[in-house]
Design a protein around this ligand. Structure first.
Ligand code: AMP
Length: 356
């Protein structure tokens, strides 16, 4: 696929959660159709997309007919089984490409890749058993964080080791999965860069946002982030370096720790990112449209921030506040259409312009 997609073309999206839903809305604004592939029943994205296939990632026939019905495939989460990607890629291009997925699916591969690029990451060590954890703790010291190498999100699959006595219980928390020990980074705050790269190699970054997490889940993103001019430049340059190294096409979230010694890269997400939702009300072209433009082979749009914004996630019972939020005409509500409210479940978000 080298020519830009014509309006009316169909974009396939692996995953039908809120990110797939907001990608579908953006695609539809540009005249594209979307076909969602999602194992779960009644995914939020199916309410706005043209077609949905509900089938497991092991269903080769369903994946093949999905792939044949679309012009390009993208995804809203990184943990898609390799076999499903192989099956799709034999028929239609996947953007962002496989290398970004390979690198970001495994924390050890990811950290090694970032370090090899010359970027600063927390000290890390591969952990497979009690002996390797002991050796890692000898080298890195406590406090440290033990994380499963794969399938961790929103703080899941992580255990803090405040002192070496906690090592055994932290290891038990990993349930035998291959893990990585990370030295604890003493950061003042967390920021992220939402960066985009087009198929011709142009890179554009949204203004970095400052993120506050609670119980491992993103609560708020505020723009502008507290960063010096030099830190802002560093953040954007390192994101561009990552995208170029992966020959990346699409939007990526790059999460960073701010320390007195400089920026430390925490992790990368090869997709649109929760900490980029502020762009929907703070920019002419938001992260979702930017991603669709990139995967469609279009030029990137103008993501310049035109106001100060606070994005707040609506999680679980926060949905009870929706009637009040709806009465507040200055609160831009984005609800995901999820039928069931569960503790810790992301149900929507609200963007507010703040006076600087
Ligand atoms: P992660 O799933 O790796 O993004 O981790 C979730 C959250 O845990 C991060 O947003 C940080 O607040 C915290 N965290 C993760 N890794 C570290 C680290 N090496 N040092 C300090 N805090 C961390």
């Amino acid at each position: 696929m080298t020519d830009p997609l014509r309006t009316g073309a169909t974009i396939g999206i692996l995953g039908g959660g809120q990110l797939g839903r907001m990608l579908s809305v953006a695609a539809s604004r540009l005249g594209f159709k979307c076909h969602i592939f999602e194992p779960g029943a009644a995914p939020p994205a199916s309410q706005v997309a043209d077609i949905t296939t509900c089938a497991p990632y092991e269903d080769t026939a369903a994946l093949q007919s999905f792939a044949r019905s679309v012009d390009v495939v993208t995804y809203e989460f990184e943990n898609i089984p390799t076999s499903a990607l192989d099956c799709v890629e034999a028929i239609v291009p996947i953007r962002p490409g496989r290398e970004a997925l390979r690198v970001s699916q495994d924390r050890l591969t990811e950290k090694t890749f970032l370090q090899d690029l010359g970027l600063t990451v927390a000290p890390f060590s591969d952990v497979t058993d009690a002996a390797s954890l002991d050796a890692a703790l000898q080298r890195i010291g406590a406090p440290a964080i033990l994380k499963t190498r794969r399938f961790g999100y929103d703080g899941k699959g992580q255990a803090r080791i405040m002192a070496r006595e906690n090592a055994a219980s932290a290891l038990a928390d990993m349930s035998g999965q291959p893990s990585i020990l990370e030295g604890f980074v003493n950061f003042s705050h967390e920021v992220s860069v939402i960066a985009a790269r087009s198929s011709d190699g142009a890179v554009a970054c949204f203004d970095p946002g400052e993120n506050v997490h609670k119980d491992g889940i993103l609560r708020t993103t505020q723009v502008p982030a507290r960063l010096s001019g030099a830190q802002r430049t560093d953040a954007v340059l390192l994101a561009g370096k990552i995208l170029n190294a992966l020959d990346y096409v699409g939007v990526m979230g790059v999460e960073l720790f701010v320390t007195p010694q400089g920026l430390v890269v925490n992790e990368i997400a090869p997709r649109v990112h929760n900490s980029g939702h502020w762009t929907q009300n703070g920019c002419m072209v938001d992260q979702f449209e930017q991603h669709i433009r990139a995967v469609a082979g279009w030029p990137l749009g103008d993501g310049t921030r035109h106001c100060d914004i606070v994005m707040e996630n609506l999680i679980g019972d926060d949905m009870d506040r929706v009637p009040d939020l709806a009465r507040d005409g200055t609160a831009a509500l984005h609800l995901y259409g999820k039928a069931e409210v569960k503790p810790g479940r992301k149900m929507g978000h609200v963007n507010r312009v703040v006076q600087s």
